[in-house]
Design a binder for this molecule. Structure first.
Ligand SMILES: Nc1ncnc2c1ncn2[C@@H]1O[C@H](COP(=O)(O)OP(=O)(O)OP(=O)(O)O)[C@@H](O)[C@H]1O
Ligand SMILES: [Mg+2]
Length: 503
């Protein structure tokens, strides 16, 4: 149905794709896997006309086609949902879907008619989307369904999904896969990029592996397994589990007492008390949206003033009202869950991003407050080297990095501060398996050097593997503490969803 043949594409002197070839068969779900920066998004953006290739050919239904822009792609029945969503928050679902799909001057935009069509599509696939809802009121999972609707509304027969599950909770992933299967039954061909090998095995019919800008393998999903895929992706054996010794916790460094945080829709964090000691990783498990984001932002000093009650103390002093900057100076680092909103300035270069938050003080700034460019260069080079940020070029903008490399840059920046307490949310979202192994090892090393770590992750497997103690959060309350080494995922899952109460 879709074939890429010897596609090449460079950005300046960065070769993003060379000789990329793949065939996507009609009516199948085709997975594309590969390391961060391997060229997956670029290849698919070329198929969608977002970029034009320097060389190579594209065939649709066996015919050579010329795709110069997304309009051409849409006319050929190709739709794409990008790695980072592109919806306008302040508009309704229907407005977002119709936006850019108007069929010429003569056709007057009829929103109600569009809304009816959207309603029909939504109920056919059981998406549960209200065309008149405001996008800003939707959950991430719902936003994604709107993106799907947007493509289907434009009559996509081939749907390209770039890391659609990176932002979904495990529950949402199950629902989402059910939707994909229904779409497949209706004859839609689906291409899905993902870093999660369980997902590849669960949903796809075929897999294409990319490495260093090119396609290096093609397998039938039924004929492969996790280990073999991991090896094809990284080019070596990968440790698929976390290796750590028993923690040796020392004195308490963070003490949270009766903390409540008001969120946009009522109380987000509700009378929470816990502590974290030096040399331990405390995990927070919970279904996303149960207050963990607000909790971590509050501890980082980013809560809206006046929304917080209770107390937070760090090394014995009260920091409940201390600014984010001061907290950073005291030794608290923060890896935020949303790398685009909180973690990076996308149009600034890597060295500027590498000094974000500490740009005003030594060693990056001198006594007069002037930036020390040699020190900044050194810091940036260290982060790029230690965290394998690719391509290793400080002058590039953060935007031009692949998603996983953006994440590595943020992690590197916060790790280089050598914090006493690290607050970390979703550290491996969108990160390839080789880099996950690396980040997990770094977190354990940091713990073993005596740092305290508070870890929030939507991946239950990740928090249970890393945490020494695990707190379960539900509706803003901590509903229990478990020893992750002896508690089953089912048990934790029940606590997360409240199923244990019913039992
Ligand atoms: N617009 C751009 N300008 C400059 N370089 C780019 C641009 N888009 C991509 N690149 C570079 O091309 C290479 C391939 O990037 P791409 O985004 O396709 O990787 P990916 O496989 O999707 O990675 P990830 O898994 O991290 O999303 C990377 O080195 C990236 O930095
Ligand atoms: Mg990508």
């Amino acid at each position: 149905m879709l074939e890429l043949k010897n596609i090449s594409k460079s950005f300046g002197d960065c070769v993003a794709n060379h000789d990329v070839s793949m065939k996507i068969e009609e009516g199948t779900i085709h997975a594309i896997v590969g390391e961060n920066g391997a060229g997956k998004s670029t290849a698919m953006r070329i198929a969608y006309g977002f970029y034009t290739p320097d060389r190579g050919e594209i065939f649709v239904d066996g015919e050579k086609v010329d795709i110069r822009n997304p309009h051409d792609a849409i006319a050929l029945g190709i739709g794409m949902v990008h790695q980072h969503f592109m919806l306008v928050d302040t508009m309704t679902v229907a407005e977002n879907i119709v936006l850019g799909a108007e069929t010429g001057n003569a056709a007057k935009l009829d929103l109600d008619q569009a809304a009816d069509e959207i309603k029909r599509l939504s109920s056919e696939l059981r998406l549960g989307i209200d065309p008149y809802a405001m996008v800003e009121d939707l959950s991430v999972g719902q936003e994604q369904r709107v993106e799907l609707l947007k493509a289907l509304y434009r009559k996509a027969r081939i749907l390209i999904l770039d890391e659609p599950t990176a932002v979904l909770t495990p529950q949402e992933v199950n629902d989402f896969f059910a939707i994909l299967r229904r779409m497949k039954e209706q004859g839609v061909t689906i291409v899905i990029i993902t870093h999660k090998l369980e997902e590849v095995l669960a949903i796809s019919d075929h897999v294409t592996v990319m490495r260093d800008g090119t396609t290096v393998g093609d397998v039938e999903t039924s004929e492969t397994n996790k280990r073999e895929l991991a090896k094809m992706i990284v080019g070596r054996e990968v440790l698929l589990r976390v290796e750590k010794t028993e923690s040796k916790p020392a004195s308490m460094i963070l003490d949270v007492q009766g903390l409540s945080v008001a969120g946009r829709h009522g109380t987000a964090v509700d009378d929470v008390s816990f502590h974290v000691r030096k040399g331990e990783i405390v995990g927070i498990a919970g279904v996303e949206g149960n207050g963990q984001s607000e909790l971590v932002e509050c501890l980082a000093g980013l809560a809206v003033p006046g929304s917080v009650s209770g107390s937070v103390s760090f090394e014995g002093s009260d920091i409940t009202r201390t600014s984010a900057r001061k907290r950073k100076e005291m030794g608290i680092a923060h890896i935020p869950e949303n790398r685009h909103k909180r973690g990076l300035l996308l149009d600034f270069d890597l060295s500027e991003n590498a000094m974000l938050g500490v740009h005003y003080r030594a060693p990056l700034a001198g006594a007069a407050g002037l930036l020390d460019s040699a020190a900044i260069e050194k810091r940036t080079a260290e982060i790029i080297e230690d965290f394998d940020v690719r391509p290793p070029r400080p002058e590039l903008t953060a935007r031009s990095l692949s998603g996983g490399n953006q994440q590595k840059l943020i992690i590197g920046r916060e790790f280089e501060l050598d914090p006493k307490l690290l607050l970390v949310s979703q550290p491996t979202r969108g990160v390839d398996i080789g880099a996950i192994e690396f980040i997990h090892r770094k977190l354990i090393e940091m713990r073993d050097r005596g740092a305290a770590i508070l870890l929030v992750s939507a991946e239950l497997e990740e928090v249970t593997a890393l945490a020494d103690r695990l707190l379960v959060i539900r509706e803003g309350k901590i509903v229990g503490e478990v020893d992750p080494s002896v508690t089953s995922a089912e048990e934790i899952g029940l606590m997360m969803t409240g199923g244990d109460d019913e039992q």
